[in-house]
Design a protein around this ligand. Sequence first.
Ligand SMILES: [Zn+2]
Ligand SMILES: [Zn+2]
Length: 169
Amino acid sequence: MLINVAAIRRAENGTGTFDLQKDFSQVSTRLEGVVFVAPVHVKIQVDNSGDSLLVRGQIKSELDVQCDRCLTAFRYPVHIDYEDEWIYAPQATEEQSETALIFDKDDIDLTERIYEQIILEFPMRFICSPQCKGLCSSCGENLNQKSCDCVQDDIDPRLAALAKWPRED
Ligand SMILES: [Zn+2]
Ligand SMILES: [Zn+2]
């Protein structure tokens, strides 16, 4: 994902748009069972603000993931509003270098930066639907598809521990 920002950087109020696509199917997500199944598509507008380049746009892709509750595989759409600040190295302050993308050549490879954005937006858990009932903890049945006759212990294990405490009343 290589772009050249020479014209935008040199012109006062320089601006440009980029439409990029890259195959990420061989790129690890660092999470077991989570893989890219669509190319990563990036559409951005880059504006020269004088001190830096302000970047706004969208990142789209699709992942194959496994539901954390029912273990069913499902497609998880990646749709991220991407905002960033890119700063030419000689102009960057130390503070900026912690958050902004610092570039020292007008050719910028965005692959790493875009990858980071996607990974940062991962949820704590992938859940196939907010209504997902998960698997029965006794028989393993997928409760989205069938119910089972197991007696469900509804008590949260943490509360169950509290319930055992002697009460003083
Ligand atoms: Zn599920
Ligand atoms: Zn069951």
